[in-house]
Write a protein that binds this ligand. Structure first.
Ligand code: NAD
Length: 474
């Protein structure tokens, strides 16, 4: 039983003013595995004050100095990869193959930020003006539980690359991973106050950060509902805001696709991160003329994608992160049945033979329409919905008939046709015949999937403000 008592402020581990203890669970066994002491609004204010005090000196550091800090951070996180992997499996329930990727990503993403910093031109001329890109100030970084260490490291590294100091509010459900990140940051020997981490509740610590006048910028990854609340509370002080929110991404299987080739991609995109992925392809658009064939192929593929103990290497889908999330997913499965969709495979309850753990039966609905709740709302679990379309134009129309616009997938026997279809989809990223992550490309959503972009110079500029200086002759 691990007890996490400290938060990280001004280069030191400190006991929070907040006194609430929050239970940590192993979602595969439902057992309490630890407790974390949560900070409160006072702690958030102390962290913001530390970041504010550190900003003037840090904002004037050179590119080389910041690169050296990022390299130390990356090395410290890389040295913790195995420990982080274990925490991800234990506390989050990611299957081992996914957890290994997530643990490696947490240090690789710091390397990506360093590469962006190494190349970026902070100054250029515009007509008679000299334009200098200046860091915004204190950045508030608020992250969800579905990739805790990766989001903390990614947001912090790019904020630091820009010359901003940071206050981080991670998910309270991810305290084991956060603790490892805190220790690695301490080992990286950053100047005090540059990176501060406050465990705490969203409506307490997160709300304080998003309203505080000394915070210039918020970068938030999480639900659309909380993203809206953050935008509202940041409005009073006109905070710059990057929001990476939810999705209801379409996977379009074009009529020329070879089903044996594409179905593994369809199911992997849908059940990615145990279905707890903002970019999961959860609406499967298939040609009506090939519906029966697609249904048979997807059933076969889902049978080969078992949900179970995350430590078993054969497991493809781990448990939901919490009892609440499990109930939420069950509620959507029930709703789908009530609204008249047909369960093709899966359904309510745990997978056969499993009595403990927040595991969900991998579920696919068919005979569904795009106006059903299961096709409109983000479920955040391994639940997919097949929707038939008549022709390519209708497939594109259904794909775009959503309030979200984060991601989309197009699968086809003809890549050039796939690229043409991709260009007509309203989403921040469209993958054609691949599931490969491209860390150098902008990442973010159209419509209610968010505001702004992360990654590469797009992500760096979200922490910078251009200042134009024009010098005349008197
Ligand atoms: P959430 O929105 O409930 O919480 C995210 C973070 O915000 C947590 O740290 C939480 O404590 C904090 N928070 C909650 N209320 C707050 C408030 N009033 N003010 C400030 N902060 C507050 O989301 P979650 O349940 O942790 O994560 C799942 C959601 O995240 C899904 O909707 C998913 O789509 C989204 N997500 C998006 C991306 C992306 O990049 N677009 C990536 C991962 C997850």
């Amino acid at each position: 039983m691990q007890r996490i008592e400290h938060i990280y402020i001004n280069g030191a581990f400190v006991t929070p003013h907040g006194s609430e203890w929050f239970d940590l669970f192993n979602p595969a066994t439902e057992e309490v595995i630890g407790q974390v002491r949560l900070g409160d609004a006072d702690d958030a204010r102390r962290a913001i004050a530390a970041a504010k005090a550190a900003f003037p000196a840090f904002s004037r550091t050179s590119r080389e100095q910041r690169l050296a800090m990022l390299q130390r951070m990356q090395a410290a996180m890389a040295a913790r990869e195995d420990e982080l992997f274990d925490a991800i499996v234990t506390e989050y329930g990611a299957p081992v193959s996914r957890a290994r990727w997530m643990a490696a990503y947490s240090h690789q993403v710091i390397g990506e930020a360093a590469a962006t910093l190494a190349e970026y031109a902070f100054e250029h001329s515009a007509g008679s003006a000299r334009v200098v890109m200046k860091p915004l100030g204190v950045a508030g970084l608020i992250t969800p539980w579905n990739s805790d260490a990766g989001f903390i490291c990614g947001k912090l590294a790019i904020a630091m690359a820009a010359g901003c100091t940071a206050v981080i509010k991670p998910s309270e459900m991810s305290a084991l991973q956060t603790q490892i990140v805190m220790e690695a940051l301490h080992e990286a020997d950053l100047p005090p106050g540059v990176a501060n981490i406050v465990n705490g509740r969203g409506d307490v610590v997160g709300a304080q950060i998003s309203a505080h006048p000394d915070v210039a910028k918020i970068s938030f990854t999480g639900s659309t509902a909380v993203g809206r609340a953050i935008l509202r509370s940041g409005a009073d002080t006109l905070k710059r805001v990057t929001l990476e929110l939810g999705g209801k991404s379409p996977t379009i299987v074009l009529d020329d696709a070879d089903l044996a080739t594409v179905m593994p991609l369809v199911v992997s995109a849908g059940f990615m991160n145990s279905g707890q992925a903002c970019i999961a392809g959860t609406r499967i658009l298939v040609p009506a003329s090939r519906l029966a064939e697609c249904e048979a192929a997807i059933v076969e593929q889902v049978r080969a994608t078992p949900s179970g103990n995350p430590r078993d290497p054969a497991t493809a889908i781990g448990p939901m992160v919490s009892a609440r999330q499990w109930q939420r997913v069950q509620g959507y499965i029930r709703r789908g049945i009530e609204e008249g969709a047909r369960v093709l495979i899966g359904g309510e309850g745990r997978p056969d033979g499993i009595t403990r753990g927040w595991l969900v039966k991998p579920t696919v609905f068919t005979d569904a329409r795009n106006d059903m709740t299961i096709a409109r709302e983000e479920i955040f679990g391994p639940v997919l919905t097949i929707i038939p379309y008549r022709d390519e134009a209708e497939a594109i129309a259904i794909a775009n008939d959503t309030s979200y616009g984060l991601h989309a997938y197009v699968l086809t026997g003809d890549s050039a046709r796939g690229a043409r279809v991709a260009a007509q989809i309203e989403a921040g990223r469209v993958l054609v015949n691949t599931l490969t992550h491209e860390p150098k490309a902008p990442f973010g959503g159209f419509k209610q999937s968010g505001i702004g972009r992360e990654n590469s110079h797009y992500g760096l500029e979200a922490y910078l403000e251009p200042q134009a200086i024009v010098v005349g002759q008197l």
